[in-house]
Design a binder for this molecule. Sequence first.
Ligand SMILES: Cc1cc2nc3c(=O)[nH]c(=O)nc-3n(C[C@H](O)[C@H](O)[C@H](O)COP(=O)(O)OP(=O)(O)OC[C@H]3O[C@@H](n4cnc5c(N)ncnc54)[C@H](O)[C@@H]3O)c2cc1C
Length: 398
Amino acid sequence: MAAPRRRLTTTVGIVGGGPAGLMLSHLLSRAGIENIVLEKRSHETIRTTQRAGILEAGSVKMLTDTGVNGRVVTEGHRHEGIDLRFNGVSHRLDFQDLVCESVWLYPQNEVFVDLAAARKRDGGDVRFSVTDTQVLDLTSDEPKIYFTDDAGEDFELHCQLVVGADGSQSICRKAIPADVRSDHFIAYPFAWFGILTEAPPSAPELIYANSEHGFALISQRSGMVQRMYFQCDPDEDPSTWSDEQIWAELQKRVDGPDGFTLKRGPIFEKMVLPFRSYVCEPLRYGNLFLAGDAGHTVPPTGAKGLNLALADVAVLAKAIESFATHGDHALLDAYSDTALERVWKAQNFSFWMTSMLHSRADQSSFERKRILGELNSVATSRFGQQYLAEAYTGWPHG
Ligand SMILES: Cc1cc2nc3c(=O)[nH]c(=O)nc-3n(C[C@H](O)[C@H](O)[C@H](O)COP(=O)(O)OP(=O)(O)OC[C@H]3O[C@@H](n4cnc5c(N)ncnc54)[C@H](O)[C@@H]3O)c2cc1C
């Protein structure tokens, strides 16, 4: 007979130790609310997985002002603008001049390192490498999470609230019956071919390039490692591309009369990133709350995914604090609507940036010219630039 599960109790059980789960855990602990984070991957796997890289001003403030640490400011790179490049010409959008804000280039795995270190420093309970996570009794007053820890022991965690911060393949979201949630979803007919290269930066800030050959993003990581993407077919197999072919493809998408030339180096990572827009509505089922990619995903063009995850938990932490300390349900009841207001603005922004910058295989000459008209409207209008700058640097939290 299998040994009985060991019983644990806490106020908030958090499934997923990505940016959403760890930041929520940090904020709750600061408010004196007990919580346990269950994460299926190892610390080392998450630490070495490259994902997002641009933090909005509000995300940076969350990391610094809530006492995670200040590494984002001392080791991240403040970017005060981006280049929109089309017809081979770059147009700089100066965020400081337009909206008095900046973004920070700071890789997601460093955000993870900082959050995990802060949880450890503050005595947080984060369990890595758990398996067989299941969420149960979500509409009762005592929902549970079953899991097996890294030593193979089976547990049942009894909580007052469960938070699903378990990413785009969320088991928590899947536990919500299909007839009580709406899945709003679109797929795009293209993807991003992403590379990491050991080379110096080709430009001081990000370049979003539209060309007749398709989109390219010239981004950075550090002084000696750069991140670049080009639009590709969703079925593209990165292993069939040589470094030479990749550099040629990237270069032709940024070619122009200014002779701009990418700085090349050995490519040490290649991956294809599919494009999807998805929102689950509502972000609540009984005493289960969804946050971050578990509740919504955006295409990466607007750099919103990681930032939305942090914005969700800023709202959710306040709601849980009000419930746990005063027994007040009002903010918890409002959580889904409050968070989704920002999510839909970000969905619109990400969709708009994606549509304006990419080309479809079946694009007509009319559509190609119309897109150039749209890019020109943004690049030559202070109001157009301001909308992009405001959305890119992030709407205020709360
Ligand atoms: C390759 C790539 C590039 C990206 N680039 C950008 C970008 O440039 N800009 C941007 O803003 N966003 C980008 N994103 C999106 C961004 O990384 C996500 O939006 C962000 O990670 C969301 O944070 P999260 O905490 O909600 O989810 P995640 O970071 O996915 O964290 C969820 C965690 O839950 C864990 N988990 C899953 N299932 C279980 C389970 N059953 N039990 C326990 N734990 C579980 C996972 O292991 C994971 O660690 C990118 C994503 C990818 C994949």
